[in-house]
Design a binder for this molecule. Structure first.
Ligand code: PLP
Length: 253
């Protein structure tokens, strides 16, 4: 059932998620812990009003994620958010088309784009950053389609290295933070580890080998409301949690 969250509920839910993130991180095996950094919580505020973002920010949250370009542009430029959340860090986590790249790159307080899914988008973002963020680099994740579902964006696991090389060799204005997956929504954890997360871990190993990097240098963005603790347990460094913090979303038509 859908209901509005009353005053204070966002902060309460946020604190509870942060406690779960911290507990999951502490319960990593030494093997996993040695290969990855402390997880970062990205609060996914898509479809939610700015008041909720401000409440979460006031409770200490800094990283926020949005899926839709128009909504991200509006929220990032909102006068109240600019005034009350000066240190907010936006993550673009939705599908990105080339004709929308400039709009995203120009928003204030953009932290990263998590959805670089092919060479053309990488090059377009690189040119935009060069033009509009002179002298700065933009952090990006390469998105991997680990579940092979046609409706999911991202490169195939066996093409990750090619796209990563394109980013590191031909996109001097981008800084590769890591790799990201959404994965199938219906995995039943009682059946064992989420295979999408295992695939992303394997991709990290091949990227590290090809790029001569340590695993700790390639972040893993994986895990959402229903599986972020499991994701952290197996090595996620960036979990994207929406409905558990902000409440269920109305279905977007
Ligand atoms: C909506 C969304 C999330 C958050 O989903 P919840 O299940 O609400 O936590 C995370 N990542 C992406 C890419 C999303 O689109």
């Amino acid at each position: 059932m859908l209901r509005a969250m009353a005053d204070g509920e966002v902060a309460k839910a946020l604190i509870s998620v942060l406690e779960r993130v911290s507990a999951a991180s502490k319960s990593r095996s030494p093997d996993v812990a040695s290969l990855c950094s402390q997880p970062r919580l990205v609060a996914v505020s898509k479809t939610k009003p700015k008041e909720m973002i401000i409440e979460a920010y006031s409770a200490g949250q800094r990283h926020f994620g949005e899926n839709y370009v128009q909504e991200l542009v509006e929220k990032a430029n909102d006068q109240q958010i600019l005034a009350e959340c000066p240190d907010i860090k936006w993550h673009m986590i939705g599908p990105l088309q080339r004709n929308k790249v400039k709009k995203v790159v120009e928003i204030p307080n953009l932290f990263c784009i998590e959805t670089i899914h092919n060479d053309k988008i990488a090059s377009a973002v690189n040119s935009s950053v060069e033009k509009y963020l002179r002298g700065k680099k933009l952090k990006v994740f390469v998105q991997v389609n680990t579940s092979g579902e046609e409706n999911k964006s991202g490169v195939k696991p066996d093409e990750v290295n090619k796209l990563v090389s394109h980013v590191t060799e031909s996109c001097p204005h981008l800084e590769l933070l890591g790799i990201m997956t959404i994965g199938a929504f219906d995995h039943d954890l009682s059946q064992g580890p989420n295979p999408d997360f295992q695939t992303l871990l394997k991709c990290r190993a091949t990227v590290c080998e090809a790029q001569c990097k340590e695993p700790k240098e390639i972040e893993l963005s994986m895990g959402m409301s229903n599986d972020f603790e499991h994701a952290i347990h197996v090595g996620s460094t960036n979990v994207r949690v929406g409905s558990t913090i902000f409440g269920a979303r109305a279905v977007k038509k």
